[in-house]
Unconditional design. Structure first.
Length: 354
């Protein structure tokens, strides 16, 4: 096709259609590709949509597409475990509090008869360029089992074939693997135990959270790689730390929290790490019952190559302030001003989540 034809205006092409030019040629002139159309599927648990379950909707789509595919999920409780291995996908709820994807699973129980974590969470991700919007995603195991511990049959235990499962153990609402470029907007991610939100890809993971509520036990927000969270609320039900980071592959990787708030049980602790990590907390607010404990290094045999990297700016606690979160941005790499620290600063030219 000549450059002249390629450069025909849309008005000329429409004229060709009206004039009787074959449709396939006019479409070709437009540069139209069927896969570039945005697909929108409706899921309704009551049966008034394209599918009753979210997983059926996911399964109906090709693995890749040129434009994002939207799965719109109407209000309701969807008691299912989701697996997403496809790329360029948007899961959008009708209402973040009334569109609920819920499953009950303790990681320790799952690993009794599975070799890895694929399937351990309510939402299991391998695809990239994923957006979650206006959803509640919850792992209810700890809420369903108020007893401190139960013992189950466990083939993985070669001695007793029995295993104790703690209410405080790992219970993922979201667990990712090779995923990168994940956006989570205006969502509730909830469990009682640890590792509620586990976006894990230490070498290439880029994760963006905005306006979310995250709740759980130990390390319930624990990204690996690059993560940026803004205007989010963190609620500690249990455990020795709320946030955790693994930045052990690239010294530039970091977890950044801007304008976020933390609350929880009496004496909850802010964060910890046992691999190379880099934390930035900017304009954050802490409940008055937070422990007087800085983000701390857990005793470990891991070699921490890049030293302690924990930075604060304009953070405040209800009541008496603690000295350990005093402003220290000037000691961070490059000494950025607080106004510079945003998603673009975190991800650079690799990704713009907006």
């Amino acid at each position: 096709m000549s450059n002249r034809v390629k450069l025909m205006s849309r008005r000329q092409i429409i004229f060709c259609l009206v004039a009787g030019l074959p449709g396939f040629l006019a479409v070709g002139l437009l540069g139209f590709r069927p896969e570039a159309r945005q697909t929108r599927i409706v899921v309704d648990v009551s049966g008034h949509g394209d599918f009753r379950t979210v997983q059926e909707a996911i399964n109906s789509l090709p693995d890749d597409a040129a434009a994002p595919r939207v799965i719109f999920i109407r209000k309701g409780v969807y008691r299912e475990k989701l697996f997403i291995e496809k790329n360029n996908l948007i899961l959008e709820g009708e209402d973040k509090e009334q569109t609920v994807i819920s499953f009950s699973m303790a990681r320790d129980a799952w690993r009794c008869d599975h070799p890895d974590d694929w399937g351990v969470a309510t939402l299991n991700l391998r695809g990239s360029d994923i957006t979650l919007h206006d959803l509640t995603i919850t792992n209810t195991y700890g809420f369903d089992h108020p007893e401190a511990q139960v013992t189950i049959d466990c083939a993985a235990d070669s001695v007793t074939h029995r295993k104790p499962i703690s209410r405080q153990g790992h219970q993922m609402a979201l667990r990712s693997f090779q995923t990168t470029r994940l956006r989570v907007i205006n969502c509730i991610l909830k469990a009682y135990g640890g590792d509620t939100v586990s976006p894990w890809n230490v070498s290439a993971g880029m994760f963006y959270f905005s306006g979310c509520v995250m709740e759980g036990g130990v390390d319930f927000y624990c990204p690996r790689g690059w993560a940026y969270a803004e205007n989010c609320s963190f609620i500690a039900d249990d455990g020795p730390a709320c946030i955790w980071h693994d930045g052990s592959v690239d010294p530039d990787s970091k977890t950044v929290l801007v304008n976020c708030e933390f609350s929880g049980y009496d004496g909850f602790k802010l964060g910890r790490y046992h691999r190379d990590a880099q934390f930035y907390l900017i304009h954050c607010r802490f409940a008055g019952n937070m422990a007087d404990q800085d983000i701390y290094l857990v005793p470990t045999t891991n070699v921490i190559r890049w030293g302690r990297r924990v930075y604060y700016y304009d953070c405040h606690r209800q009541g008496r302030e603690y000295s350990w979160y005093a402003d220290n941005l000037t000691s961070s790499p490059g000494a950025p001003a607080a106004a510079e620290i945003n998603a673009k600063w975190v991800f650079g030219t690799k990704w713009d989540p907006s």
